[in-house]
Design a protein around this ligand. Structure first.
Ligand code: PEP
Length: 254
């Protein structure tokens, strides 16, 4: 049994505000009386404000998929922490592999975002993970260490922060990491987080992400050091997403 379990949905560039509304409605019916898992919906920016209203009275949280570290200014296409907060957002995904690899985000940018999110009262879902090349060339440990030490530099109070270990080769590929690989990586992540933050790092939940679905969620959640999941593809349908939540709920202590 576990004491806690998070299930965060990363919808990426999918769903309009209307799609999001009907998703929440369907999920409410599928997840009656399921309140043990902490469920976080991360829709695109355009659905946040509306979704905050749909989530009123539901035991679920709202997250965004990115933000800028500056408060305001000439940053075309960007969104600030204050804008997210005003839209009802509590969590924000930072350093997602697609941001790192498709949009060139580096550790120093991600670090500024983490610091800004925390000082604004937003909870970062800070993502780290190695590519297949990095794993196969024996550099996984070094990559995770660098992403964590540079990404968390200067963090004094990480209250509410979540870490997501997401091996790049497992994201959206249908090839999840196995329990052994996850346990090894989560142990490393926790060690590096404690190296950066001290003992307080031990309390930070570490989620796994990468091709989690309703079939593998039960066994992956049992892996040591896994406090929940960040889910992409399987979070896009209410049925598959609620099955994952149910699997997690089964293993959370009353
Ligand atoms: C993700 O994008 O964070 C993710 C884990 O995607 P998927 O579940 O589709 O692998």
């Amino acid at each position: 049994m576990k004491l806690r379990g998070y299930v965060a949905a990363n919808w990426k560039m999918n769903k309009t505000a209307e799609d999001a509304r009907s998703f929440v409605e369907k999920s409410s019916k599928l997840l009656l009386n399921m309140e043990k898992a902490k469920v976080i919906f991360c829709p695109p920016f355009t659905a946040l404000f509306d979704m905050d209203k749909s989530l009123q009275g539901k035991p679920w949280f709202l997250g965004a998929q990115n933000m800028h570290w500056e408060a305001s200014g000439a940053f075309t296409g960007e969104v600030s922490s204050a804008m997210l907060k005003a839209s009802g957002v509590q969590y924000v995904i930072l350093g997602h592999s697609e941001r790192r690899h498709q949009f060139g985000e580096q550790n120093d940018w991600i670090n500024k975002k983490v610091l800004k999110a925390l000082s604004s009262g937003l909870k970062p879902i800070f993502c780290v993970g190695e590519t297949l090349d990095e794993r196969q060339s024996g550099n996984m440990e070094e990559v995770l260490k660098t992403q964590i030490s540079e990404g968390l530099q200067g963090t004094n109070d990480p209250s509410g922060m979540l870490i997501a270990y997401e091996p790049v080769w497992a994201i959206g590929t249908g090839q999840n990491a196995n329990e052994e690989q996850i346990e090894e990586a989560h142990k490393l992540v926790s060690t590096f987080v404690c190296d950066s933050l001290g003992d307080i790092g031990k309390d930070i939940p570490v989620l796994y992400g990468g091709s989690v679905n309703s079939e593998n969620a039960g066994s992956l959640f049992k892996a040591e050091g896994v406090d929940g999941f960040l889910v992409g593809g399987a979070s896009l349908e209410p049925e598959s997403f609620s099955e994952i939540i149910k699997e997690v709920e089964t293993f959370i202590k009353e």
